[in-house]
Design a protein around this ligand. Structure first.
Ligand SMILES: [Ca+2]
Ligand SMILES: [Ca+2]
Length: 225
């Protein structure tokens, strides 16, 4: 994905000879390479240096830096430089770096269009944890209540949450009781990188002498950390 934003506004001062066609590129970190275009506005041959400058995105870690001399012949009006974007598996902020058109000595040329910003958008979302179903029904004879946790909208990196059972309030009829109907569950749940499912096992107590055969629920709360 590549989008181009921030076109020159009316007050911007353009360099008379050279300029970036786009002043802000937004790319996804898995895009591979980004082609950045430089326009030549005169009919003469020009020599300049192109170089990248770290912003929050650091060279080699997020992109391959360049520092190269370019000669554009009189009849060549456009130069394209390919910047390599480095992908990783970690969740990170969206990060920026710059590319500049410089003199042969490496000093940025005057004008608002001699610098372009590249924003690298992260794609490694950690995701969010939720219950697969809001209601799970078990029978009194079951040994366990199996409750499915699902990690949605990304699975990058290790994440964890805490799960615990809670007894329903007294207003609910026939609420299941801890140690009578089920064993309390109170444990951290860890999802490893790329892991999207976890099954929680709540132990049920099968008490034959219980007179009340009504449905009993075992509510479980999750709390993200
Ligand atoms: Ca990635
Ligand atoms: Ca990343």
């Amino acid at each position: 994905m590549v989008t181009q934003a921030n076109e020159m506004d009316n007050k911007a001062v353009q360099n008379p000879k050279l300029g970036f066609k786009c002043l802000h590129y937004v790319v996804s970190e898995s895009c591979g390479t980004l082609d950045v275009k430089i326009s030549k506005k005169t009919q003469e041959t020009v020599i300049f240096m192109l170089k990248t400058i770290d912003g929050t995105a650091k060279a080699n870690k997020k992109y391959s830096p360049i520092e190269e001399m370019i000669t554009m012949q009189a009849n060549q009006m456009e130069h394209v430089v390919s910047l390599k974007i480095v992908d990783d598996d970690e969740y990170n902020e969206d990060l920026d770096f710059l590319i500049e058109i410089c003199s042969e000595e490496g000093k940025r040329l005057e004008g608002d269009d001699t610098q372009s910003r590249i924003t690298i958008k992260d794609e490694d979302l950690p995701g969010t944890i939720c219950f697969e179903k809001r209601k799970v029904t078990v029978r009194k004879m079951d040994k366990y209540a199996y409750i499915q946790l699902t990690r949605k909208d990304g699975a990058a990196g290790d994440i964890s949450c805490y799960c615990k059972t809670e007894v329903c309030t007294k207003e609910v009829n026939n609420q299941a009781e801890e140690f009578t109907d089920f064993m309390p569950f109170n444990d951290p749940i860890h999802f490893k990188h790329q892991e999207t499912y976890k099954l929680i096992k709540v132990e049920l107590i099968n008490d034959e002498t219980m007179k009340n055969d009504a449905d009993k629920g075992t509510p479980v709360d999750t709390e993200e950390k």
